[in-house]
Design a protein around this ligand. Structure first.
Ligand code: ATP
Length: 368
């Protein structure tokens, strides 16, 4: 029998609650890799972030970048601290450098509610929410983030850049995902979110979307202005399947989406490129709760499940897909068993959630 593949996982825990949620995630992944014979995971923990910058003036060392680029996949906690800034006043954000340098062009933000949790929308359809938001994340309003200008303390400018190749690859990625979801019984409908009624860049974004939609005639495609989408996501998010949008609009809508499924501690994400992929919770370093034991590790755990799915899809290792499902089921079982994080008004923190999920993983393994 051929040896099972060993995937090298670069682990960048980062700052604030990043290491707190990453510890739980690594315990879960170690448990899964002993449960499944079809793959193994080899972790290498790497330094990067605001604390490192405060000590060394380097946020993303060359060795860390090289090791992350060499790895099969990257797990990322959170980086940045409000009091650690570059000389021009910006926060430290190695995650943006990684996205750009590894060309992680698609930010994938699934909006799936864990069953049984109290959610902000009372409508029962909110409990079955299953929408995916895709954010283009190599250009848009972040394209020239280090080249913005401020003249005479009187006028500041940033540019919004939309290019045909970047649009085509993110739209094609989204239609491919829509196709897979359609095979699984979802509508396979893609909605382009923009502000094409006002800005030339967004009119072009929409034109390229329509061209790519025409190449996928078996899938539905439509449009929505971002202001209307903000309202629709609050009033009827279940009417959507996949959303695709520009960088800054996606940044904003993904926090709105996180709120729909219970908050930042519940929202996973993947940053996917052609060669590399990075998996991280949608939340930041949560400076207000560092060290308090209140950090909810669920978003990090669900991001790790997305990583296992991606390893399955990109390397054809079905055990990784089965392990991903087992991890998601363990999270669902922990919450079904009564775990209630602080964000939901409960009193369960990192430790309690970790114990409940790891126990559910062990009992799933025992009943194999
Ligand atoms: P960034 O700009 O990097 O996104 P931020 O400071 O705007 O960071 P977060 O760090 O995500 O945002 O924190 C926003 C709020 O959500 C804070 O009140 C924080 O405590 C809370 N929060 C974020 N992540 C979690 C988590 N995993 N568990 C519990 N609360 C969290």
């Amino acid at each position: 029998m051929p040896a099972a593949p060993v995937f090298r996982v670069a682990v960048l825990s980062g700052d604030g609650i990043g290491p707190e949620v990453m510890n739980v995630c690594l315990s879960a992944l170690r448990s899964l890799s002993t449960q499944f014979r079809g793959f193994d995971l080899q972790f290498s923990e790497l330094e990067a972030g605001a604390e490192l910058y405060a000590r060394t003036r380097v946020a993303l060392p060359d060795e860390t970048f090289a090791e992350a680029a060499r790895a099969d996949t990257i797990l990322f906690g959170a980086m940045g601290l409000p009091h650690v800034r570059t000389d021009d006043g910006r926060e430290i954000a190695p995650q943006l450098d990684l996205r750009e340098r590894l060309e992680l062009f698609a930010g994938v933000r699934p909006l799936r509610a864990v069953p049984g949790l109290p959610l902000p929308l009372a409508d029962p359809r909110a409990r079955d929410l299953d929408v995916v938001l895709i954010r283009e994340q190599t250009e848009g309003l972040f394209a020239e983030r280090e080249a913005g200008t401020l003249e005479a303390d009187a006028e500041a400018r940033d540019s919004l850049v939309v290019t045909r190749p970047a649009c085509e690859r993110v739209f094609d990625f989204t239609f491919a995902l829509a196709n897979r979801r359609k095979d699984e019984g979802r509508p396979g409908r893609v909605t382009c979110v923009d502000k094409s009624n006002v800005l030339q860049s967004f009119a072009f974004f929409r034109d390229v979307f329509d061209e790519r939609a025409a190449a996928h005639p078996h899938l539905e495609a439509d449009h929505c202005y971002v202001d209307a989408m903000a309202m629709n996501l609050v009033t009827r998010p279940w009417s959507y399947d996949l959303l695709v949008t520009e960088n800054l609009l996606g940044d904003i809508l993904s926090d709105l989406g996180a709120a729909l499924i219970g908050g930042m501690g519940m929202a996973p994400s993947a940053d996917v490129g052609t060669e590399h992929a990075l998996f991280q919770p949608c939340h930041g370093t949560a400076p207000d709760i560092i060290g308090s034991g209140r950090a909810n590790p669920t978003a990090m755990l669900l991001s790790a499940a997305m990583m296992l799915d991606w390893l399955d899809e990109s390397h054809g290792v079905p055990d990784c897909g089965t392990a991903a499902n087992r991890l998601r089921d363990a999270v669902d079982a922990a919450f079904a068993g009564g775990v209630l994080p602080f964000e939901f008004g409960g009193s369960d923190g990192t430790e309690e959630i970790s114990v409940a999920v790891l126990r559910a993983l062990e009992s799933a393994s025992a009943s194999d």
